[in-house]
Design a protein around this ligand. Structure first.
Ligand SMILES: O=P(O)(O)O[C@H]1O[C@H](CO)[C@@H](O)[C@H]1O
Ligand SMILES: O=c1cc[nH]c(=O)[nH]1
Length: 313
C-alpha cells in the first residue's frame, strides 16, 4: 500500500511519498546487520527475502507443538507435494520460539503472555520487512476461558480489551506510558465469521476478548496459589466483563492487536474457549476433547487461507 501524504499547501511532495511498511523505526535503516536474536536469524547470515519473501499468511499460537501440528495440517490442506517430515523448525538454533514455513504460510509459537509474544512480534515484523513481504495477514489461533459460552466456542475478537475493559494496550517506554489502540481488521473478522457457518462443529461468536497479565488472580480464578478476593467478587467481575461485551479471556490479544495495528499488518484473533468461567476455574475437560477444541481455530483459519488462495470456492 503506497501512502501519499500531502503537505499543508495541498501539493503532492516527493519528500512526503513513502511506502507504508511494517516496521515503524527510523533507526533500523542505518543498521548494517539486524540480528533477530530470539529466532536465531540475521540479515547477514540468512537470505531473508529468499527464505520468506512469498509469505502471505502468518499464524501464531502459544505452544510450539500446536504450531508444528498446524504446519502439518496446513501442509495437508494445501496439498503440498513434499513430505510433512520435511517441515523443519526454522528457529532450531534457539529454544525460545518454533517457526515452520509451508508455502505461503508461516506458523510460529509465541509462548505465554504479553512479554513473550511482544518480543516474538518485534522480530517477526522485522523479518517480514527485511524479506520485503507484502499483503500479509496474521492470525492468533489460541485458547481462552469463556464468559457465558459453552466450552468449544470460537471467539473471533472484535475489540481486544485490557483488565479494565478498555480497548487499548499500555506499554512503558523510557519510564512513560504509551497507549496504543487495539483495533483489529474488521473485514478479516467478518470473513472468518461467515466461513465459520460453512464448517461443522464450529460454534462461533464475534465479541470482545479480555487480555490479562496472569492466568490465575488476573483472570479472577479462585484456584491459584494466591487469591485476594471472594467468590462473590469473582462473579461480580465476570458479570462486569460480560456487560462490557467480553466473551473470552486470554493473555496476548491486546499487544498482538496493538503492534499489528501500528505496523500496518492486517490481524485477527481466533481463540476457542476451553471452559465457561461462570461454571468453574479448573480445566478438567478430557485431553482428547481439548485437542479437538484447539483444532477449531486452526480449521477455520485454514479454510480462509484456502479460500484466499482460490483452492476452494
Ligand atoms: O492457547 P494459547 O495460544 O497458549 O493462549 C492461551 O493459553 C495460555 C494460558 O494457558 C495463554 O497464553 C493464553 O493466552
Ligand atoms: O481460562 C483460560 C484458558 C486458556 N487460556 C487463558 O488464558 N485462560
Amino acid at each position: 500500500m503506497a501512502l501519499i501524504l500531502i503537505n499543508n499547501t495541498g501539493n503532492k511532495h516527493n519528500n512526503y511519498i513513502r511506502q507504508a511498511k511494517y516496521v515503524n523505526n527510523p533507526h533500523l535503516d542505518g543498521m548494517e546487520e539486524d540480528i533477530l536474536y530470539h529466532f536465531s536469524l540475521s540479515t547477514k547470515t540468512h537470505d531473508l527475502p529468499q527464505m520468506f519473501g512469498d509469505v502471505k499468511f502468518v499464524c501464531v499460537g502459544g505452544s510450539p507443538n500446536r504450531m508444528r501440528t498446524f504446519a502439518e495440517y496446513i501442509h495437508e490442506q494445501l496439498e503440498m507435494p513434499s513430505n510433512t517430515a520435511d517441515i523443519k523448525d526454522i528457529c532450531e538454533g534457539t529454544d525460545r520460539y518454533s517457526m515452520y514455513k509451508v508455502g505461503p504460510v508461516l506458523s510460529i509459537s509465541h509462548g505465554v503472555g504479553v512479554p513473550s509474544i511482544s518480543i516474538m512480534l518485534h522480530e517477526l515484523i522485522k523479518l517480514l520487512y527485511h524479506a520485503r513481504c507484502r499483503g500479509v495477514i496474521i492470525f492468533r489461533i489460541g485458547t481462552s476461558g469463556g464468559i457465558g459460552l459453552a466450552a468449544g466456542t470460537i471467539v473471533i475478537t472484535d475489540k481486544a480489551v485490557d483488565s479494565f475493559f478498555r480497548p487499548q494496550f499500555e506499554q512503558v517506554v523510557l519510564g512513560k506510558v504509551i497507549t496504543r489502540s487495539t483495533e483489529l481488521d474488521v473485514d478479516i473478522a467478518q470473513e472468518l465469521l461467515q466461513y465459520s457457518s460453512e464448517l461443522t462443529d464450529m460454534p462461533t461468536v464475534f465479541a470482545n476478548t479480555m487480555c490479562t497479565h496472569d492466568f490465575y488472580e488476573g483472570q479472577g480464578r479462585l484456584d491459584g496459589a494466591l487469591c485476594s478476593f471472594s467468590t462473590e467478587e469473582k462473579f461480580e467481575y465476570l458479570r462486569k466483563a460480560s456487560k462490557a461485551g467480553v466473551r473470552n479471556i486470554e493473555m496476548e490479544s491486546s499487544v498482538f492487536a496493538a503492534m499489528c495495528h501500528v505496523c500496518n499488518l492486517k490481524a485477527a484473533v481466533v481463540c476457542v474457549t476451553l471452559l465457561n468461567r461462570f461454571e468453574g476455574d479448573q480445566i478438567s475437560t478430557p485431553h482428547d476433547i481439548l485437542m479437538e477444541y484447539q483444532q477449531r481455530p486452526q480449521r477455520l483459519v485454514a479454510h480462509l487461507i484456502k479460500k484466499r488462495l482460490g483452492l476452494i470456492s
